[in-house]
Design a protein around this ligand. Structure first.
Ligand code: FES
Length: 104
C-alpha cells in the first residue's frame, strides 16, 4: 500500500506534514482524490480535468512511483507552466511511496 506524505507550506513559511495511509486503495486513484479523502483539498478549479494547474504539487521523493505524464501535463511542461519536479495531482496516481509539497 503506497504511503503518501503531504508537506503543506503555510503562508508564514512554516510547514506541516500529513501522512496518508489508506487501508483500501483504488488502483489508478489520483493524488488529488486520495488527499481529498483525507480532508486535504489540492486545487480543483477545473474539476480534475487537467486544465487549470491549480492542483500543481512538487514531488520531493517518489517521482518514479507515479503514473506517466498525461498529455495535459506534457502540454503544460512544453509551455513552461509545469516544472520538471511538479505534477498535477488530478492527473497522476501513485504506485508506491510519494512525498509531495504544495501551498494550501
Ligand atoms: S484540478 Fe485542474 S489541473 Fe488538476
Amino acid at each position: 500500500m503506497p504511503r503518501i506524505v503531504v508537506v503543506m507550506r503555510q503562508a508564514d513559511g512554516t510547514e506541516t506534514t500529513r501522512v496518508i495511509e489508506k487501508a483500501r486503495w483504488l488502483d489508478g486513484e489520483s493524488l488529488q482524490s486520495l488527499a481529498l479523502d483525507e480532508g486535504l483539498r489540492i486545487g480543483g478549479a477545473c474539476g480534475g480535468m487537467g486544465l487549470c494547474t491549480t492542483c500543481r504539487v512538487e514531488i520531493i521523493e517518489g517521482a518514479e512511483s507515479l503514473s506517466r505524464l498525461t498529455r495535459e501535463e506534457k502540454d503544460f511542461r512544453a509551455q513552461n507552466l509545469l516544472k520538471e519536479t511538479e505534477r498535477l495531482a488530478c492527473q497522476c496516481s501513485p504506485t508506491g511511496d510519494v512525498t509531495l509539497r504544495y501551498d494550501p
